[in-house]
Design a protein around this ligand. Structure first.
Ligand code: NAD
Length: 430
């Protein structure tokens, strides 16, 4: 099959590379010229384990190509996957679909033979209907079919998630088109991925509901951890005890600094916004969002307590600033809220992250990146373990700081409180 992937970001690049790896002919398109030129040279624009080798292998085998030429790529392909961004609109909760519609505009002018147009981007329910209406002003419905095929991969595990999916959801009422997509995904279905064909609207809603449910689980356990701190109970005991119930499950039930990343915050907001447009209240999701938005205030007051109220001039080191390990994605990371607030109150921030320097902090005078854990920690007053990268799991904090006078706030609960306190470290966790 000739596949065109529009948008070569976290989802588009992984989708394109994986489809090429299972034998399809893929052209990945992006409007970002530098990104495309880099990819042709084997320079990968994102940090994603395993991606590098797969891109090089399939590019060399000529199954995978990169271009900025959208029109030609559309004309040459049978299957067109839309993988552009759908961020939150400014000053609103709704999804900004400008990137989607600008691509749809080009597609509708360049349909030269039958095309299956698939939205892999996360889009609000009924977006597929709108795309179909827009294209049918210009082209006969016989020349195209609009499908929803939401993506469930997780950054940091993207290749594995794509190649060994739990489920593949395809939203279309057209049985011929459904068969084509089932064939496309056949190698992944053979590996155990469950294939689910639904209506287009249901597929769109499955994606938002799944992300909102997981985000709610995180907000839920974070609120329980607030109560645990008041009654001196270890939240991890509660998480484990709850998670052992197979109806509940242990995943996404770990207390921490709150949910972030490119999906949960924007998708919960967009679902709320969509529901409002259809005159429906989603009070649980609303609460999960509000709880998460207030999370950094709870963490800040704990930080103040740890350093006894005096933030000004204190040297605070962040270990990890991304929203989770094994990604360089900073979108809506809790650190983006915490660091500027601490900086405003006069703290001197050092940070180390295995995925490197972050542009979001470049404008702050007293926020500095160090490319070694030891340089970032030297002589600090407080270490905040913000992201659970594996390289933070076995550190000798005393040696790193160079004295005994520091505190450690482990926001991911990766160290044993007992061991830390026994070794004389002023240790705090969630
Ligand atoms: P991203 O911002 O990393 O990538 C989007 C890419 O689209 C960018 O490279 C951008 O230059 C390109 N683009 C925008 N307009 C274009 C145009 N007109 N022509 C060509 N290229 C264009 O976004 P992402 O994280 O890959 O997310 C894409 C979609 O997938 C979103 O809807 C997101 O919600 C969804 N999603 C993301 C993840 C994830 O973990 N990142 C997981 C599942 C679903």
């Amino acid at each position: 099959m000739k596949i065109c992937i529009i948008g070569t970001g976290y989802v588009g690049l992984v989708t394109g590379v994986c489809f090429s790896d299972i034998g399809h002919n893929v052209i990945c398109v992006d409007k970002n010229i530098k990104k495309i030129n880099d990819l042709k040279k084997g320079i990968i624009p994102i940090f994603e384990p395993g991606l590098d080798e797969l891109v090089k292998k399939n590019y060399k085998a000529r199954r995978l190509n990169f271009t900025t030429d959208l029109i030609n790529s559309i004309k040459k392909s049978n299957l067109i996957f839309i993988c552009v961004g759908t961020p939150t609109k400014k000053k609103s909760y709704s999804a900004d679909l400008n990137q989607i519609y600008s691509v749809v505009n080009v597609i509708r002018k360049n349909i030269n033979k039958f095309k299956i147009i698939i939205t892999k981007s996360t889009v609000p329910v009924t977006t597929g209907d709108k795309i179909e209406k827009l294209i049918s002003y210009k082209k006969s419905k016989k020349l195209f079919s609009i499908v929803s095929n939401p993506e469930f991969l997780r950054e940091g595990e993207a290749i594995r998630d794509f190649m060994y999916p739990d489920r593949i959801v395809v939203g279309t009422n057209n049985s011929k088109v459904n068969n084509i997509l089932k064939n496309l995904y056949e190698p992944l279905i053979k590996r155990g991925g469950k294939y689910l064909n639904t209506s287009r609207r249901a597929a769109e809603l499955i994606k938002y509901s799944s992300n909102s449910f997981l985000a709610t689980k995180i907000s839920f356990i974070n609120e329980i951890s607030n109560l645990c701190e008041k009654v001196n109970v270890d939240i991890q005991d509660v998480s484990i005890g709850m998670g052992l119930d197979s109806r509940i499950g242990s995943r996404f039930l770990r207390a921490g600094p709150g949910f972030g990343g490119s999906c949960f915050p924007k998708d919960t907001r967009a679902l709320l916004d969509t529901a409002e447009k259809f005159n429906t209240k989603l009070s649980i999701i609303n609460s999960a969002i509000k709880s998460n938005e207030n999370r950094h205030d709870i963490l800040l007051s704990k930080i103040k307590k740890i350093i006894k109220g005096k933030i000004s001039k204190k040297k605070i080191t962040f270990l990890g600033v991304t929203f989770k390990p094994n990604t360089d994605d900073m979108r809506e990371s809790p650190a983006i809220k915490l660091i500027p607030k601490l900086h405003k109150q006069g703290a001197k921030i050092s940070y180390y992250d295995p995925s490197g320097l972050k542009n979001v902090f470049k404008t702050y005078k007293n926020v500095n990146f160090f490319n070694k854990i030891s340089s970032a920690c030297k002589n600090c007053d407080l270490i905040i373990l913000h992201t659970e990268w594996n390289e933070f799991r076995n550190l000798n904090f005393r040696k790193l700081v160079g004295n005994n006078k520091f505190s450690l706030y482990d926001m991911r609960n990766i160290y044993s409180k007992k061991k830390m306190i026994n070794s004389g470290i002023n240790y705090f966790s969630i």
